[in-house]
Design a protein around this ligand. Structure first.
Ligand code: AMP
Ligand code: GLY
Length: 424
């Protein structure tokens, strides 16, 4: 098959790696891809948001199957653009991707269908939102309704901070129209777990669990980022928790979406918090996580193209999803200053150390070729180094050792990815 992958980050590099090793894949294209993906796919410089150009490229090359990976194009209807032309596509339509693109929609859905989540109120009037703050207690959880590059959630310890947050989102429009509405939510405490699930609209199959470290600094300090590292599986996602989520979250959500006329085909990413009152949903995403994918896919035993086809064709009930009985840790190598401001364009040294190094993966997040053909830094998050191990402690030791093999100016990373697992 000729396959087109839409996207160009670390998640897409991991997907490209899994797709490229499938015997079903004869030729892989990526739009736009990146310097790492270029080793596995032919990269074409088309923006992920340019649906007409993507569709005409797919027709010109006779593409058999498309994978739309990032949130923005899914929310904008890029999967619909392919599907409407009769091109088989993995990824939800716009009317289903709304489960991520509108937090108000998502919260209302969970309330209507009794899916466990934090109590909340939604506001489209800033004065009413501000008045509501006076009736509740700190900490305040304020969420911009729409997509905001993972930065639209504020956890405020004081009422002043919370008021400023409402003003920034709803009046100053820090996230544009994404801040037309806000959700103000009950604060929850507990361990966080991410469970990515494949769905064909009727059947849903959870993948192995993972956990992300979202804060920029060691000890979960500093600003929220797109994710500084991940590990899989999560030791906190016990059989009991899995059973609860299978009964109360996964299937219920897919059925709820179908009942609303929003059939969900693709990956449903369930962000869970394990509270003392049981697991509750923090958020849903309509796609693979980044960098969760970088620890989940290296452990997948199945041919991923078969799984993608089953999701698109509605035959997921025929798939027996299997993961290796091992563990993976991904440490993100970032540019100093991320997520605020950072320099780009530095040469990345040591990538050759990973050629054919079994059990290790370098997934590029923000890289490109410079005019001399050298791979240089091109983003806040640059490269995720993933290592496998028999268990999490071994995988973590392997991953940190491997981070020493890659070097670039202003290299920055956290030193405690997966640390919670040592407390076991
Ligand atoms: P979200 O994008 O909704 O997953 O939120 C981003 C992060 O904010 C989550 O990973 C949590 O760490 C935190 N968060 C979101 N909602 C809550 C909540 N209701 N209580 C406590 N923390 C939260
Ligand atoms: N790692 C969190 C996300 O992909 O949204």
């Amino acid at each position: 098959m000729k396959i087109l992958l839409v996207g160009g980050g670390g998640r897409e590099h991991a997907i490209a790696w899994a797709v490229a090793k499938s015997p079903k894949c004869d030729k892989l294209y990526a739009a736009p891809g990146n310097a790492g993906i270029a080793e596995l796919a032919e990269c074409v410089p088309i923006s992920v948001m340019d649906a007409p150009a993507l569709v005409s490229f797919a027709k010109e090359k006779d593409i058999d199957f498309v994978i739309v990976a990032p949130d923005d194009p899914l929310a904008a209807g890029v999967a619909d653009a392919f599907l409407d032309e009769g091109i088989r596509t993995f990824g939800p339509r716009k009317n289903a991707a709304i489960i991520e693109a509108s937090k108000a929609f998502c919260k209302d859905l969970m309330k209507k269908y009794d899916i466990p989540s934090a109590a909340y109120e939604t506001f489209d009037d800033p004065d009413k939102a501000l008045a509501y703050l006076d009736t509740i207690e700190a900490p305040y959880v304020i969420k911009a309704d729409g997509l905001a590059l993972g930065k639209g959630v504020l956890i405020c310890q004081t009422i002043e901070e919370a008021r400023d947050g409402i003003k920034e989102i709803m009046i100053d429009k820090k996230f544009g129209d994404s801040g037309n509405k806000v959700v103000i939510e009950e604060f929850m405490t507990g361990r966080e777990v991410s469970v990515l699930c494949f769905s064909d609209g009727k059947t849903i199959i959870p993948m192995t669990s993972a956990q992300d470290h979202k804060r920029a600094g060691d000890g979960d300090t500093g600003l929220n980022t797109g994710g500084m590292g991940t590990f899989s599986p999560s030791p906190f996602y016990t059989d009991e928790v899995a059973k609860f989520c299978e009964e109360n979250v996964y299937q219920k959500t897919i059925d709820a979406m179908a009942a609303e006329g929003r059939e969900f085909k693709g990956v449903l990413f369930c962000g869970l918090m394990l509270t003392d009152k049981g697991p509750k949903v923090l958020e849903f995403n309509a796609r693979f996580g980044d960098p969760e994918t970088q620890v989940v896919l290296p452990r997948l035993k199945n041919d991923i193209v078969e799984v993608f086809e089953a999701c698109a064709d509605g035959t997921l009930d025929k798939i027996d999803l299997q993961f290796e009985d091992n563990a993976a840790v991904c440490v993100m190598l970032a540019s100093e200053g991320y997520p605020v401001s950072y320099e780009k364009g530095y040469e990345i040294r040591g990538l050759e150390n990973f050629k054919d190094k079994e059990g290790y993966f370098v997934f590029h997040s923000g890289t490109k070729f410079d005019e001399n053909g050298k791979v240089v830094t091109n983003g806040g998050r640059v490269i995720g180094v993933t290592a496998l191990g028999r268990d999490l402690v071994e995988a973590r030791a392997n991953a940190y050792k491997a981070t020493e093999l890659i070097d670039f100016d202003n290299k920055y990373m956290r030193h405690d990815i997966g640390k919670a697992i040592d407390e076991q």
